[in-house]
Design a binder for this molecule. Structure first.
Ligand SMILES: Cc1cc2nc3c(=O)[nH]c(=O)nc-3n(C[C@H](O)[C@H](O)[C@H](O)COP(=O)(O)O)c2cc1C
Length: 449
């Protein structure tokens, strides 16, 4: 049976999405308007105790990028790639630690990843991130952040320790970590990097007054709260003397939190990003306190994109930096419509259920994404995305989640995974759930040869 899909209102010509998108500062051109959003696969090597064995691309992860490389996206972003072995979003993250050299296994596997993703003409950019306070406590019991504001209640099932405010030395070291990782990517053949300044990770913690209560030159005004971002950008530029290397960023358009980062802040930040030569800014929203991977406003449901109202306020502040809007796009009609506001469209979950989603939309063979779980179950639907990626990594196809039978199998798989997590004191069972009945790497098998 063919999967059940979202449908555009009438058949919509996808041609506007096929238009190339030139980047003003680097001079690079994306072959079309699609950006495959960063999605944590948690498929890199992991070892509970031996830290340098963490974060190297595995054969499964390379499969995933080969498939996305064949998927027709103008730009492909990697998952959030971390800068230290123990400052992670989750076990199995890609890692470019500060002592990584530009040779050896880690470097060669990143080279391979970049070349597979680029093989059909997509641009590949590595998303670089530091979790700050959003690092699971079992991975990092002593996190750092802009200030000592602990994440006590979250939309996730994870626990987070109280962070300590970063010293100037900490800030210098994180800035250098981002710049080193960017140089590593440049030398490994990536077209660029994206700083992760959204979803409540470290750079977003600096941007939001809720988590940044500093009284020094990194706190207070927006210029101060954004200072670390511009220090990173200039450190990258001084290491990579090649204007063709793309520097972009993902930021929140809104956080839905008291003293959170606001659309007005975002609009001012965008003007500053353009003044500093950022090639693109991807607009998203939410933090772990309030995940925003589903509709929070009735008004946007018909237009699909979660943050379109905010993008309309922000995009006019950009003339050279290209804006991508990510979150909620499911039909050709909504995507083409959004191009009136932003030049590019970011795709997350539909690219997990169908790796060649962009290609099929552009060819006109489909007009909408496959229906999956109810998106108001944001955390579950994110987990499902990870499971689908894992299946592809193991040379299986994603499950058709418009089928009730497959939904039931997934829910059973999640139950099993949750039970395993309960007895996972040493953290050896990691990554997203395996599908019960499908033969994959068993839980907890470290991807270390
Ligand atoms: C499995 C999964 C992992 C994700 N990991 C990241 C990440 O590493 N970095 C990031 O910026 N966003 C991450 N996201 C968020 C997506 O990039 C995107 O913003 C979100 O899914 C909304 O878009 P969508 O409605 O098209 O899925 C992740 C989403 C999923 C489903």
């Amino acid at each position: 049976m063919a999967p059940i899909r979202f449908e555009s209102e009438g058949v919509v010509d996808p041609a506007p999405l096929a238009q190339p998108l030139p980047f003003e500062f680097s001079g690079c051109t994306a072959k079309n308007r699609f950006l495959k959003g960063a999605m944590s696969e948690r498929l890199a090597t992991w070892d509970g105790k031996d830290l340098p064995k963490r974060g190297i691309p595995t054969p499964e992860l390379l499969n995933v990028y080969r498939r996305w490389g064949e998927g027709g996206y103008g730009v492909i972003l990697t998952s959030n790639t971390m800068l230290a072995y123990d400052q992670l979003e989750g076990a199995g993250n890609l890692i470019i630690p500060r002592d990584a050299t530009f040779e050896g296994e880690r470097f060669e596997k990143f080279q391979e990843l970049a070349s597979l993703a680029k093989a059909q003409g997509s641009l590949i950019a590595c998303q670089l991130s530091h979790p700050g306070r959003q690092v699971p406590a079992h991975i990092q019991p002593n996190p750092i952040s802009a200030s000592d504001v602990q994440l006590l209640k979250s939309d996730t099932s994870m626990a987070f320790a109280k962070p300590r405010p970063m010293t100037q030395d900490d800030i210098n070291s994180v800035v250098d970590g981002f710049a080193h990782a960017a140089e590593f990517c440049y030398r490994a053949g990536f077209d660029g990097i994206q700083l992760h300044g959204a979803h409540g990770y470290l750079l977003a913690q600096f941007l939001a007054p809720r988590t940044n209560q500093r009284t020094d030159s990194y706190g207070g005004s927006l210029t101060n709260r954004a200072r670390i971002i511009f220090e990173i950008a200039s450190a990258i530029r001084s290491r990579i003397n090649d204007p063709r290397f793309i520097v972009g960023i993902k930021v929140n358009s809104v956080e839905f939190q008291d003293s959170g980062f606001t659309p007005t802040d975002c609009a001012s930040l965008c003007s500053q990003l353009e003044a500093h030569g950022f090639d693109f800014v991807e607009l998203s929203g939410g933090t772990y306190e309030k995940l925003a991977f589903c509709h929070t406003q009735e008004s946007t449901k018909r237009r699909e994109a979660f943050f379109l109202d905010f993008a309309e306020m922000i995009a006019p502040h950009l003339s050279k930096t290209r804006a991508y809007l990510t979150g909620g796009f499911r039909t050709t009609g909504a995507m083409v419509n959004a191009l009136k506001t932003v030049p590019g469209i970011g795709i997350g979950r539909p690219a997990c259920h169908e790796f060649d989603f962009a290609k099929k939309i552009l060819e006109g063979t489909i007009q909408g994404a496959i229906k999956e779980l109810d998106e108001s179950q944001a955390s579950l639907s994110t987990m499902l995305g990870g499971t689908q990626i894992k299946l592809v990594g193991h040379n299986k196809e994603p499950l058709d989640m418009s089928s009730d039978e497959n939904k039931a199998i997934f829910m059973k798989s999640v139950q099993k995974w949750l039970e395993i997590q309960k007895n996972n004191a040493d953290g050896s069972a990691y990554g997203f759930p395996d599908i019960v009945g499908v033969e994959l790497q068993p839980y907890g098998t470290p991807y270390v040869s």
